[in-house]
Design a protein around this ligand. Structure first.
Ligand code: NAP
Ligand code: GDD
Length: 352
C-alpha cells in the first residue's frame, strides 16, 4: 500500500515542524511549503533532525499560483494549513497584511483544493483568539466570537470560509480552535519563549532584566507537540467538524514569569520590569478552553500542564545557552535575534 501524503503549509514554524515529525512517525510522505526569504529559516526542522526527511516547496500565501503549484506537486491526501502571520502584536503594525495572509490566504488554499482535488482533507489553524476580549469564563465551540485584533479578525474570516467550503462544496475541512500552545521551538516574539529565553540569559549573567507588557493577561497554555496530534485526529474522523483544543487551565503572564524564575532559583520581581512598549492597543484578558468535544470525539487530552511546560522551556533554553557558551554550534534562533528593546513601533508606544 502506498503511503499517505500530507502537505503542511508553514512547515518552518513551531507547529509545522512538530506536525511534520509526527506525520513522518506515522509513515506519511511529508511535503511542506516555505517562503523564499533572503535568509532561509529551517532551524526548527534541523533542530528536530527531520530536515532531510521532508520535501520543501516554495509558496507564499499572497500568491495563489504558488499554492496551486504546491498542491499539484505534492498531490496530498491531507493539507494542514498552518501558515499565517501568527504574531498578534504584528497584526496591529501590519493590519492589511494580516487580512491578506492570515485571512484571504485561507481562501486561496481552499480554492486550490476545490479546483485540483476536492477529496483532499483540510485542517485550518483556527484559534482561541477568535473569542477575544470580555468573553465567558470557559470557551467552547458554541461560545460567541469577538475578535480583538486584526489577526483575530482575519482568523475569523478564515474560520467561516472553511465552514462555507465544507457546507457549500462538501470539502472535508475542519477548524481546530487551538488555545495557546508553546514549546522550546516557539518563536522568540511570543511571551512564553521571551520569558524562558530571558530567564536563561539572566541566570547565566548574560542579561540583567526582562521587560514585559501586560502581566495580567491570562492564557490557557498547552504543549505544542501534543496539540499537533489533535490536528491529525480531526482529519481521521468520519465527518469533518470543528474542535476546541486546550488544557482547561488558565494562568497569567505574571505567573508564567514567576514560575520561570523559580526554575532557576531567582525572584521574578527583582528582574522583571513593565514596559508600555509591549502593551497592545487592545488585548485579550482571559482565555480558558473547554475541550470536552475533542476529549470525547477525538480521544485527545492534554498531558503536559502549566508547571511542567514552563520547566521544559526554561531548562531547554538554559541548556542551549550553556552549550553555546562552551562553543558548541547548532541550529537555533536566539543568538541571531536582536533584543526586542531595539525595535521601534508606534503601535505599542502609548505616548501618542
Ligand atoms: P509560527 O511559528 O509563527 O509559524 C507560521 C508559519 O507561517 C511559518 O512557517 C511562516 O514562515 C509561515 N508564513 C508566514 N507568512 C507566510 C506567508 N505570507 N506565506 C507563506 N507562509 C507564511 O506559528 P505556529 O505557532 O506554528 O502556528 C501555526 C498556525 O496555528 C498559525 O496559523 C497560527 O496562527 C495558528 N495558531 C497558533 C497557536 C499557538 O499558540 N501556537 C494557537 C492557535 C492557532 P516563515 O518561517 O518564513 O516566517
Ligand atoms: N508577545 C508578548 N511580549 N506578549 C506579552 C508581553 C511581551 O513582552 N508582555 C505581556 N504579553 C501578553 C500579551 O499582551 C498577551 O496578552 C499575552 O502576553 C500572550 O501574548 P503572545 O505570547 O504574543 O500570544 P497571543 O496569545 O497574543 O497569541 C498566540 O496565541 C494565539 C492563540 O490564542 C499566538 O500563537 C497566536 O498565533 C494564537 O492564535
Amino acid at each position: 500500500m502506498s503511503s499517505m501524503r500530507a502537505l503542511v503549509t508553514g512547515i518552518s514554524g513551531q507547529d509545522g515542524a512538530y506536525l511534520a515529525r509526527f506525520l513522518l512517525g506515522k509513515g506519511y510522505e511529508v511535503y511542506g511549503t516555505y517562503r523564499r526569504l533572503s535568509t532561509p529559516n529551517f532551524w526548527r526542522l534541523q533542530y528536530l533532525d527531520i530536515f532531510e526527511q521532508v520535501d520543501l516547496i516554495p509558496a507564499d500565501l499572497v500568491d495563489a499560483a504558488s499554492i496551486m503549484e504546491a498542491i499539484n506537486i505534492s498531490e496530498p491526501d491531507e493539507v494542514y494549513h498552518l501558515a499565517a502571520q501568527s504574531f498578534v502584536g504584528a497584526s496591529f503594525e501590519q493590519p492589511v497584511g494580516a487580512g491578506e495572509i492570515t485571512g484571504l490566504g485561507v481562501t486561496r488554499v481552499l480554492e486550490a483544493v476545490r479546483a485540483i482535488n476536492p477529496r483532499i482533507r483540510l485542517y485550518q489553524a483556527s484559534t482561541s483568539e477568535l473569542y477575544g476580549k470580555g468573553n465567558s469564563d470557559y470557551q467552547c465551540e458554541d461560545t460567541p466570537f469577538r475578535p480583538s485584533s486584526p489577526y483575530a479578525a482575519a482568523k475569523l474570516y478564515g474560520y467561516w470560509v472553511t465552514r462555507i467550503y465544507r457546507e457549500g462544496y462538501s470539502i472535508f475541512a475542519c477548524n481546530g480552535i487551538l488555545f495557546n500552545h508553546e514549546s522550546p521551538l516557539r518563536g522568540l516574539e511570543f511571551v512564553t519563549r521571551k520569558i524562558s529565553n530571558g530567564v536563561a540569559k539572566i541566570a547565566l549573567g548574560l542579561e540583567t532584566e526582562m521587560r514585559l507588557g501586560n502581566l495580567e493577561a491570562r492564557r490557557d497554555w498547552g504543549y505544542a507537540p501534543e496539540y499537533v496530534e489533535s490536528m491529525w485526529l480531526m482529519l481521521q474522523q468520519r465527518d469533518p467538524d470543528d474542535y476546541v483544543v486546550s488544557t482547561g487551565e488558565t494562568h497569567s503572564v505574571k505567573e508564567f514569569a514567576q514560575r520561570a524564575f523559580e526554575v532557576v532559583g531567582l525572584d521574578w520581581e527583582q528582574y522583571t520590569k513593565v514596559d508600555k512598549r509591549f502593551l497592545r492597543p487592545l488585548d485579550v484578558e482571559h482565555l480558558q478552553g473547554d475541550c470536552t468535544k475533542a476529549r470525547e470525539g477525538l480521544g485527545w487530552s492534554p498531558k503536559v500542564k502549566f508547571g511542567e511546560l514552563v520547566k521544559i522551556m526554561v531548562d531547554e533554553d538554559l541548556g542551549r545557552w550553556q552549550r553555546w557558551q562552551e562553543g558548541q554550534r547548532f541550529p537555533w534562533d536566539a543568538p541571531n535575534y536582536p533584543s526586542e528593546n531595539r525595535i521601534l513601533s508606534r503601535t505599542f508606544a502609548l505616548d501618542r
